[in-house]
Design a protein around this ligand. Structure first.
Ligand code: SF4
Length: 318
């Protein structure tokens, strides 16, 4: 069986940077991180063994004179203010792309206020990045998770539209089109989708179409993972969402001559490699089983042998 790991998958530079910073800082002693450093349990557990403690905002509020890492998603201004008050040293691993977006939204909001306009953020309500983006506007921006949320926008006033960095381009284009359809609307559009994610969609479509089955490795908590998996599914119905090699089932590989392994921007390369090893091991076991079946068939009457062969052909037609 041909097994290929998608060379474009794996951690984006924002996540690589956050993990590298955490590893460096852990050499100096214990470190806290608000929220999981990456939406991947395997990686979170690896860093926890080295002393990284994942906390929530409530716990963060009670900390004093310690070190806290802000992950790639970014934090609202209130977290920086709280850290300063409690003499907490901030290890800022916010992705530079996210920080730039925070600044743009802050500035656009100041301009919109003066002109009677509104800022709209296309993103997942409650997502950490979106929460920090919304906080740049003092909570005044409108978060639209889909076109239905545009009803909350007053289209008689000017609208400045941004996107969460990990949203899909197609969804964003739809939001832009619907916003522009509304009568009287002046919409200023800022496509702020990270190209690390957006460029992956066409690459992933090609990759998914070039294999019999796709094993998409991601943590269920990753919104980027869910989005990219839906891309695989669209192109290749035999796409399976798995968290690691333990989720692999033999039937996922039935009749498969070529398996592609891909993952989210939060999926460690070594997890995809271990999935590849497991696929090869299962394919090897399957080969051996088929070999012993063929050997055993030598003693089977011809009528039964024909039936077995037909059943196998059916499976291959999948
Ligand atoms: S997906 Fe893009 S914006 Fe988000 S953390 Fe990665 S590099 Fe930064």
């Amino acid at each position: 069986m041909r097994v290929e790991i998608d060379e474009n998958s794996g951690f984006c530079f924002g996540v690589v940077n956050a993990i590298r910073k955490a590893e460096e800082e852990l050499r100096r002693g214990p470190l806290y991180c608000i929220g999981e450093i990456v939406h991947n349990d395997v990686e979170v557990r690896r860093l926890a063994r080295r002393g990284l403690r994942t906390i929530d905002h409530e716990t963060f509020a009670g900390l004093h004179r310690c070190r806290v890492l802000f992950r790639a998603h970014g934090e609202p201004p209130s977290s920086y203010a709280l850290a300063a008050r409690n003499e907490v040293e901030v290890i800022d691993a916010s992705c530079p792309v996210v920080l730039a977006l925070q600044r743009k939204i802050r500035e656009a909001h100041a301009r919109a206020r003066a002109a009677g306009g509104q800022v709209v953020i296309y993103g997942k309500p409650g997502h950490a990045e979106v929460t920090a983006l919304l906080a740049q506007t003092g909570g005044e921006a409108i978060v639209a998770g889909g076109v239905e949320d545009l009803d909350a926008v007053d289209f008689s006033r000017p609208v400045t539209l941004f996107s969460q960095t990990t949203q899909g381009l197609e969804g964003f284009r739809e939001i832009v089109a619907r916003a522009r359809e509304r009568a009287g609307a002046t919409v200023s559009v800022h496509d702020t989708i990270c190209r690390k994610v957006a460029n992956r969609v066409p690459q992933l479509k090609r990759f998914a179409a070039s294999h019999d089955a796709i094993l998409f490795v991601s943590d269920e908590k990753s919104s980027n993972g869910k989005l990219l998996f839906s891309v695989c599914r669209e192109v290749n119905p035999r796409s399976y969402f798995i968290q690691d090699a333990r989720d692999l089932r033999r039937e996922m590989l039935d009749g498969v001559d070529s398996a592609g392994i891909s993952g989210a921007t939060s999926t460690p390369r070594r997890v995809m490699e271990s999935v590849g090893e497991r696929v090869r091991a299962l394919a090897g076991e399957e080969g051996e089983r088929n070999h012993s079946k063929t050997t055993a068939r030598r003693d089977v009457p011809a009528s039964q042998l024909t039936r077995t062969t037909c059943q196998r052909s059916k499976e291959l037609e999948y």
